[in-house]
Write a protein that binds this ligand. Structure first.
Ligand code: GRG
Length: 273
């Protein structure tokens, strides 16, 4: 726990310094800071720093990359909460970005966070990381964000149920697709980028990719379960919304027993062998 607290503290400091409150576009910067510094657990930057450390690199070398990954996460949360997506009013115990700043500013803020993430990642070269490794890291981040990652997962989640909910296999494949893309992709990228920046070998990088993908898969499964077992106060957001929306990801939508079988299926899939 003390390891995690110390990493989160240094990430918070670096994020604070990354977005100074100044002109131009003061309002956008305020909105960026609002979500970026609103108390997330910092799981992704922590994974990035830990992976870098594991392959023999320094925290300071991976800090820009760790911040970049958290900026992408913040951007995805802002977008996810928009009325055209999940339409959430609360996150981390506070009103969501668009509730405070308006939808127009929230969309621009999410855009600005992605741009800043790329900029931040590229500054890794100032810390002695080779341009080849930085390019590789940028490629990993782009893959995690776009149609091979978050965007694909969110699109599948929004599209709702698979063709047949009766067949566990169809349900399993659909769930796995959503979890792997919407959530695991960024956790995977966090660890992989940390290992690339830290000077890891190809073998080390691929091992960490596999490990982080598993963590990501379980992370979303737990997040879905918490949505029905915890209160809104405990979660800091409106609980049970997926249930109301009838989303497949909610354990009670398809029945707890069926969902239990799907969990078992998930655990036995190729990611866990
Ligand atoms: C182009 C960046 C971008 C995104 C577009 C909107 C979208 C596609 C994707 C949404 C992805 C999303 C919000 C997935 C949920 C992942 C998840 C489990 C979030 C909660 O993560 P925690 O628990 O949150 O780490 P904290 O608050 O601790 O940071």
């Amino acid at each position: 726990m003390s390891y995690m607290i110390s990493k989160a503290t240094s990430v918070n400091k670096a994020l604070d310094e990354a977005v100074p409150l100044c002109e131009p576009v003061l309002k956008i910067r305020e909105a960026m800071r609002y979500t970026l510094l609103s108390g997330g657990k910092r799981v992704r930057p922590m994974l990035c720093l830990a992976a870098c450390e594991l392959v023999g690199g320094q925290d300071s070398t991976a800090m820009p990359a760790a911040c970049a990954v958290e900026m992408i996460h913040a951007s995805s949360l802002i977008q996810d909460d928009l009325p055209c997506m999940d339409d959430d009013s609360f996150r981390r115990g506070k009103p969501t970005n668009h509730k405070v700043f308006g939808e127009d500013i929230a969309v621009l803020t999410a855009d600005a966070l992605i741009a800043l993430a790329v900029k931040k990642l590229v500054t890794s070269t100032y810390f002695g990381v080779s341009p080849e490794r930085v390019l590789r890291a940028v490629l990993e981040m782009a893959k995690a964000v776009g149609t091979e990652g978050l965007v694909a997962g969110q699109a599948a989640d929004l599209a709702g149920e698979p063709m047949s909910l009766e067949e566990d296999k169809a349900g399993l494949e659909h769930l796995e697709f959503i979890h792997i893309h919407k959530t695991a992709a960024l956790l995977e990228a966090a660890a992989v980028i940390g290992a690339i920046i830290g000077g890891g070998s190809d073998e080390e990088i691929e091992r960490l990719r596999r490990y982080a993908r598993c963590i990501g898969l379980v992370f979303q499964v737990v997040d879905d379960v918490l949505d029905v077992t915890k209160s809104s106060e405990e979660l800091g957001k409106t609980a049970g919304k997926d249930l109301i929306a009838g989303k497949l990801t909610n354990p009670r939508v398809m029945g707890v027993e069926k969902r239990g079988n799907i969990f078992k299926g998930l655990i036995q899939t190729r990611w866990f062998r």
